[in-house]
Design a protein around this ligand. Structure first.
Ligand code: ATP
Ligand code: MG
Length: 252
């Protein structure tokens, strides 16, 4: 059985006005994302990835075309759809527990405690509930950010290079963790990256964007079983294909 369609981009264009005329950033994006799918948006710097995600999240309006979620046009940000940013969005003055609690204030206390405890466990931070962000490593802070997003039971999660500021080993761990959590929870995830490895490790499908103005160069399905063997021949050939689509040579 195929999952229902969740997010639909229809002929999405975006121009930003500048003093030298309009800057064309997105030029006709058509895409369907299924419920529970983990889709990576991969493309060179400045091609419009963040803009596309911001339009989907309702922070920006398309100049032409539209995005619908569950058949409804996106009108603005909602609490069921959350953003995980690269720069730490957590509050430095609040403990891990209180950071995760922030989106749950409307719930009865007992319900809040249950969700916060479960979410902190899910991201592997049990024992650090009372710690403050300054006492945590970069990877742990990013786990708090992920926990804060997951706590509100979102159905769509937008991630804009969320692990970009982490060192390469922590980044690998966080990708594995994200896949583990997503397999348990099955939210729809739109994940922006310019990292080819990251996209192949994570995605069900990779949407490869061209240079600005961003168009879809191709959509590559990744059927490799999880956990993925980063040394396998299939993995290498998918990466080669992606580099080709991006028009870059990866031999130096
Ligand atoms: N609010 C804005 N006003 C004017 N121009 C903008 C605005 N937001 C983005 N741009 C321009 O649109 C283009 C695409 O930006 P965007 O941030 O979407 O790229 P990106 O693919 O996410 O790049 P990166 O990989 O570097 O994050 C850039 O040239 C940027 O300068
Ligand atoms: Mg960006």
């Amino acid at each position: 059985m195929t999952a229902p369609v969740k997010v639909v981009f229809e002929d999405v264009h975006k121009d930003f006005p500048t003093k030298d005329g309009d800057l064309k950033v997105l030029a006709g994006i058509d895409l369907e994302v299924n419920a529970g799918e983990l889709v990576c948006l991969l493309g060179p710097s400045g091609c419009g990835k963040s803009t596309l995600l911001n339009i989907c999240a309702g922070f920006e309006k398309p100049s032409r075309g539209r995005v619908t979620i569950d058949g409804e046009p996106v009108a603005g940000p909602t609490s069921k759809r959350v953003f995980v940013f690269q720069e730490y969005g957590i509050f430095p003055w609040a403990s891990v527990w209180d950071n995760v609690a922030l989106g749950l204030r409307h719930l009865p206390k007992k319900e809040q405690y249950r969700i916060i405890g479960e979410t902190i466990e899910l991201v592997g931070l049990t024992g650090f509930e009372r710690a403050y962000p300054m006492e945590l490593s970069g990877g742990m802070k990013q786990r708090v950010e992920v926990a804060r997003a997951l706590a509100v039971s979102p159905d769509v999660i937008y991630m804009d290079e969320p692990f970009g500021a982490l060192d390469s080993l922590t980044r690998l761990t966080m990708r594995a963790e994200l896949v583990r959590i997503w397999q348990q929870q099955q939210q729809t995830i739109l994940f922006v990256t310019h990292d080819v490895d990251e996209s192949v490790q994570l995605a069900d499908r990779i949407v490869v964007l061209t240079d600005r103005p961003g168009r879809i160069a191709d959509v590559v399905s990744i059927d490799l079983p999880r956990p993925r063997d980063l040394g396998s021949a299939e993995y290498g050939s998918i990466k080669n294909r992606l580099y080709e689509l991006l028009g870059v040579s990866h031999s130096v």
